[in-house]
Write a new protein. Structure first.
Length: 283
């Protein structure tokens, strides 16, 4: 290759790489699942749940207009946000609350904390969320009624909010116990858990949650062909729960690859993700 041709091609290659990296960080993909259960009550057939997670104070269009358009097209009955709405290092409550404001205009929104919310600024963030009408679920449960049927939704804090127990497993067990202390578990209600940490799936399955939504893993940040995600917090290299659908016994967990970035600023082969789950009655 001549020097002249190289000088022409180099700016083109550099521009192509810049466009590719921007696309990987900003082009939102939609992942859809249809989950069947014989526990699903009447009225909840084709009930649509959108999951958002790990925004890390990122903007998608002015006033979050790009992501809002995408979510609106999915026509959700419910929206869940499974933590790290803000980023502890690049904290921007205005941007984060704007997304929640736009989501509450589409459907009821339920939110649980991630590890990045922990700190002195969280009370103000929680207050802002509640003022928007967001259900801030802190180790508690609610029922969602539709027609003659109802399902239960349980939301637990990230383990970083619990300094009484020694490890994350003990902490999340305590959070789940508090959330369910007033629940009659002899009643076989279809139950959804919102919990930030996917690596604790074994504990969620022990509690017989029908469906869990988690995030935190960022899809492994870089996704490798045939191997999946490269690295995830709490799981290390080649994480087991990097993104997708997982089952254990009668429990299913959906792990979203999330929307924003934290320590590592760039995604590769791992675009931001919005998840849609449509519930169905199994015969």
């Amino acid at each position: 290759m001549t020097k002249k041709r190289l000088l022409v091609l180099m700016p083109i290659l550099i521009a192509a790489v810049i466009v590719f990296l921007y696309y990987e960080n900003n082009a939102i993909g939609i992942t859809e699942y249809r989950l069947g259960s014989d526990k699903l009550p009447g009225g909840f057939e084709s009930y649509r749940i959108v999951q958002l997670t790990d925004l890390h104070s990122k903007s998608f269009g002015k006033d979050q207009s790009t992501i809002t358009r995408k979510v609106k097209k999915l026509k959700p009955d419910l929206i869940v946000m499974t933590g790290d709405l803000v980023d502890s290092k690049r904290y921007n409550a205005v941007v984060s609350l704007m997304l929640m404001r736009r989501m509450t205009e589409i459907a009821p929104v339920y939110y649980v904390t991630g590890n990045h919310e922990w700190g002195s600024r969280f009370p103000a963030l929680a207050k802002g969320l509640r003022e928007l009408g967001v259900h801030v679920m802190r180790n508690e449960s609610e029922t969602i009624k539709l027609g003659d049927g109802e399902i239960r939704i349980v939301g637990v804090d990230d383990p970083t909010f619990n300094h009484d127990a020694y490890d994350d497993v003990s902490r999340i067990k305590e959070h789940i116990a508090v959330a369910l202390e007033d629940v009659d578990q002899s009643q076989a209600s279809y139950t959804i858990l919102l919990s930030h940490r996917p690596e604790l799936f074994a504990e969620y399955a022990k509690q017989d949650f029908d469906l869990t939504f988690s995030g935190h893993a960022h899809g492994g940040q870089v996704r490798l062909p045939f191997l999946g995600g490269l690295v995830a917090p709490g799981q290390g290299f080649l994480p087991k729960y990097d993104g997708g659908k997982y089952t254990e016994g009668g429990s299913t967990m959906i792990v979203s690859r999330g929307l924003g970035n934290s320590i590592i600023p760039q995604r590769l082969f791992n675009r931001p993700e919005v998840v849609l789950v449509e519930l169905a009655r199994a015969d």
